[in-house]
Each structure stands twice: as C-alpha cells, then as structure tokens.
Design a binder for this molecule. Structure first.
Ligand SMILES: [Zn+2]
Length: 341
C-alpha cells in the first residue's frame, strides 16, 4: 500500500482513541531499522507510525551530516518499500526543538510542498514541534504557526507541553525542575483553545515520563495528569470524552499497567526508542561473542567471511528489533487493528 493518506492517518488515530489502543512510534536511522519496523507492523497486522529524529536524519547522511536530507532519504525509502506491504504506515518526525526548525522542519515542509505540487502526498504525514525549552506563550505561538503550515499540506502536527525528562538524541533535560515534568490542565486547555480550530494535532503532555530506561522505582509516572487534562478540556470547551489525541514519550521501560492506564485516557501514540535500540544491538553482541574467532582474524588466521559479512548480524539485529516492536504493538492492544482489514 502507499504510505497512509492524511484521511487514513486521521482514521487510524480516531479508531485507536475510540478503541483504547495506541500505535508504537518507532525511531528509524537506517534501512535495517526501517525494514524491522515495517516487517513488525505487517506481522502484527496493524498499521504503524515510523519516525525520524534530527539525530537519526543526520546519522543517515554519514559525513554530510544533514538532518533534513537524511530524514528525506529515509522517508523516500519508506514510500517505496511501503508499496510492498498490506498495512498502512504513517511517517513522522520526532522532537524538533526551536533551534532546529530552520535546518530540519522548514526544508522537510518544503519537500512536501514540492511533492504535493507534483501530485503526490506529503513526504511526512506528521511532524513534531517541541517547544518545551521555551516559555509556554512562545511555545504555543510557534506551534500555532507551524500547525497552520502543516494543515495546508495535509500534515498533522504534534506539540509538547511540559518537559519529557531524561536524555535523548543529545538533548539532556535531567537538570529541569521536577514540576516541569508534569504538564497542567491549564496548559492543556490553552493548547486546545489555540490549536484545535486550525487542524488535526496531537499533544505530548508530560506526566513524569522520561526518555531512556531506568531501574524500577526511579520514574514516578502520574497518568492521572492525562485524565485530569482531558476532563478539564471537556468541561471548558463542551467537547465529548477524551478530546485530546495524546502521545506518550519515553515509553521504553514502562510497566504494562501504566501503559494500559494511559490508553484509557486517550494516548494513541507511544514512542518506543530505547527498548528497540537494545533489541537491535543484543543479537549483534551475541553474534560477536559466540563467533569471536570467526569475526576476528586471530593469531594469523583468516577469520570466517560467513561471520564478518555485516548482512549476517544485521539480519539478526533486524529480527531482534522486529520482535520487540511486535511486543510493543501487543502491549498497546494494537494487534490486528489495521484499518484496511
Ligand atoms: Zn520524546
């Protein structure tokens, strides 16, 4: 199937909210991680969200180091490969801080503009603007500006209120004050008031969630923050239940109980990056330790080509990541939920 249209993507998100399930959003940085993601969603018979971060885009261009170009290369590969699958994929870009709007989001929107002029769909189906480093007023001003630009191109915008803790992609928020890790019902109402009339959008509302994986007990999630925010928006704007489409960042390492609670409160997308990174690397470690004298030329020997051909261990890594994504789909109650079924 071609990559999801805007209408299909909106239907995916709407059905997920009604059915109280969510899509794992998987970060890709290479063809291997893209293939792992597509294969996993297809095997789980669900549609999926595949995303590229600024660092992932940069990585994909090697010494060129161009985050937007790398995201474009990966997205174009996804558009081509998606045709061979019978489930839908939506492409998304992860955290774009205000300082990266110019080098990352602006050129990607321009690429979508060109594709649309040529009769195609947008390059990415959603983008994230992360205004958490700036004051709320400035965050919403910029979110509003970019939601307008996105809506014109049939693209959904994800924004963030509060701050996701931890460290990801070189952005370390471990120093921010603890209260910032929990968004407020007022912030969620302000975002709804400013944005909902413009076009489809998603909200990464923070509730103590952190990027990365921590030992049990170190993360104090308060999912009721999401419930309270939904209730506040419903009361103030006379909407139906769970008016907000919520995104759960830092999903790696959360308990099933915590995850399920957030689904009841309208979470429709959960970013799972760290656990997938580990699942990709683990089989490689296994391969290298088990085949030590095959992958290395030890004591004047010549090694074993079968073991140092990167295709062998990258295939194992892709399989490890695929299995972890299928687990995430099941954890999010998403199995067998493709809208095409
Ligand atoms: Zn995040």
């Amino acid at each position: 199937m071609p990559i999801a249209t805007n209408e299909q993507y909106q239907e995916m998100l709407k059905k997920a909210k009604e059915g109280k399930y969510a899509f794992p959003a998987i970060n890709i940085t290479s063809l291997e991680t893209l293939n792992a993601s597509m294969a996993a969603f297809a095997e789980a018979e669900t549609d999926g969200i595949i995303q590229v971060s600024t660092g992932g885009g940069k990585h994909a261009t090697g010494p060129i180091g161009d985050m937007a170009l790398g995201a474009e290369v990966l997205a174009e590969a996804a558009h081509t490969l998606a045709e061979k699958y019978s489930v839908l994929f939506a492409l998304h870009t992860d955290h774009c801080h205000p300082s990266n709007l110019e080098p990352f989001l602006d050129p990607l929107l321009e690429a979508s503009r060109k594709r649309i002029a040529a009769g195609k769909g947008p390059l990415f189906q959603s983008h994230m603007f992360d205004g958490s480093p700036v004051p709320m007023k400035e965050n919403l001003d910029t979110s509003e500006k970019y939601l307008k630009l996105c809506a014109e191109l049939n693209i959904i915008l994800e924004i963030e209120t509060g701050v996701v803790g931890g460290e990801e992609d070189g952005h370390d928020t471990s120093g921010v004050s603890a209260d910032k890790l929990y968004t407020t019902p007022e912030d969620m109402c302000d975002a709804f008031e400013r944005l909902d009339k413009i076009g489809p959008w998603m909200l990464a509302a923070t509730f103590g969630n952190v990027h990365g994986v921590y030992k049990p007990g170190n993360v104090k999630l308060k999912p009721t923050i999401l419930k309270d925010g939904q209730a506040a928006v419903k009361a103030k704007f006379k909407t139906s239940d769970n008016p907000l489409f919520l995104v759960f960042h830092g999903g790696s390492g959360s308990t099933l109980e915590e995850i399920h609670e957030t689904l009841d409160y309208g979470v429709i997308k959960m970013n799972v990056d760290t656990d997938c990174q580990y699942a990709f690397s683990r089989p490689i470690a296994d391969h290298f330790f088990k085949n030590y004298d095959g992958v290395l030329k030890v004591d004047g020997e010549v090694g074993n080509k079968k073991f140092y051909d990167p295709r062998g261990y990258l295939k194992a890594a892709t399989g490890g990541m695929k299995d972890r994504i299928i687990q995430a789909v099941k954890d999010l109650r998403g199995e067998g939920k493709s809208i095409l079924k």
